[in-house]
Design a binder for this molecule. Sequence first.
Ligand code: PNS
Length: 170
Amino acid sequence: MNGRPGQIHAAVYPGSFDPMTRGHLDVIERAAAVFDKVTVAVVVNPQKSAPLFTLDERERMICEAVAHLENVNVTHFQGLLADFVKRESATVIVKGLRVVSDFESEMSTALMNRSLSGVDTVFLPSDPRWSFVSSTLVKEVYNLGADVSEYVPLAVLHVMQSKRPAPRPA
Ligand code: PNS
């Protein structure tokens, strides 16, 4: 993140957000305090699996959860992140690191993205309160009847409940 005097630091925070968690929200809030502008970029087709939430649902849930942050906007992208950050004239990519092992794959991804776009990645360590919270785990425990209200923003909880009411534990 080489700064020229007066340069606006426009960050892109990319992810699947299927769904957004309190950990994601924490990273966005902290990025918004550091950079002039943060664009939360939802990938159109997460590679991991078929998403539980549609692109529109994921975007709407994030918009609601970040409504209190004036310098944050939400959009989506398809294809290479490197192309998207160039189109957006972003100066930095933000990634959250939940656990040390995340760094291993994120390091090569960051270097590839910088090689392709010239844009560096800044890592924000997850708040320890959320380091065990992932979208995958939230979906799994919710589907098995757990209360996930502690782990997702309210906007997400409402959509989860409307989509698939949590079964009562036997
Ligand atoms: O929330 P996730 O699933 O960890 O986010 C992954 C994401 C969207 C950041 C990553 O899959 C991505 O950047 N996809 C775009 C495709 C791309 O640019 N691939 C090459 C990375 S070097």
